[in-house]
Design a protein around this ligand. Structure first.
Ligand code: CA2
Length: 149
């Protein structure tokens, strides 16, 4: 049976492509989903792709991923990155590898974006590659969990 990978997106990422193209590019979240689906297909992974503007919903999905024994979880926590101990705690309860993704290079921006609670639970962090970072995360995760090429 194919392994399942969750891709979770935090607040306001539903607005991707509508403003700040110099930072986030022109692609929409639907484009990101397409990119992820084609990367997941290459590795024979089942993909669950979700976005929420609500912290509790994201925590529920992380708990679901754990309960369903997902093979891995990729998360762009967006604005929760720098604030959410609750998301960190949910991620720390995961046994499967967690990969943190940011579209922009958070280290080249405002100081407040640089500290991530989520990174403490992440096996790897990808930032600054634009939306291509999601596909890189899926490929990296596939290698970690021994999914097929
Ligand atoms: O670079 C990233 O992926 C971020 O996680 C995006 C977050 C930001 O708070 C983080 O510091 C870095 C912002 C997500 C909302 O993105 C929008 C993009 C275009 C239009 C509106 C919102």
């Amino acid at each position: 049976m194919a392994k399942t990978v969750y891709v979770l997106n935090g607040p306001n990422l539903n607005l991707l492509g509508t403003r700040e193209p110099h930072i986030y590019g022109r692609a929409s979240l639907a484009d990101v989903e397409k990119l992820c689906r084609s990367a997941a297909e290459r590795h024979d992974l089942t993909l669950l792709f979700r976005q929420s503007n609500h912290e509790g919903q994201i925590i529920d999905w992380i708990n679901e991923a754990r309960a369903e024994k997902a093979a891995g979880l990729i998360i762009n926590p967006a604005g929760h990155t720098t604030t959410s101990v609750a998301i960190l705690d949910a991620l720390l309860a995961m046994e499967a590898p967690v990969i943190e993704v940011h579209i922009s290079n958070i280290h080249a921006r405002e100081e407040f974006r640089r500290h991530s609670y989520v990174s403490q639970a992440a096996r790897a962090v990808i930032c600054g590659f634009g939306i291509a970072g999601y596909a890189l995360a899926i490929t990296g995760l596939a290698n970690l969990i021994g999914a097929k090429e």
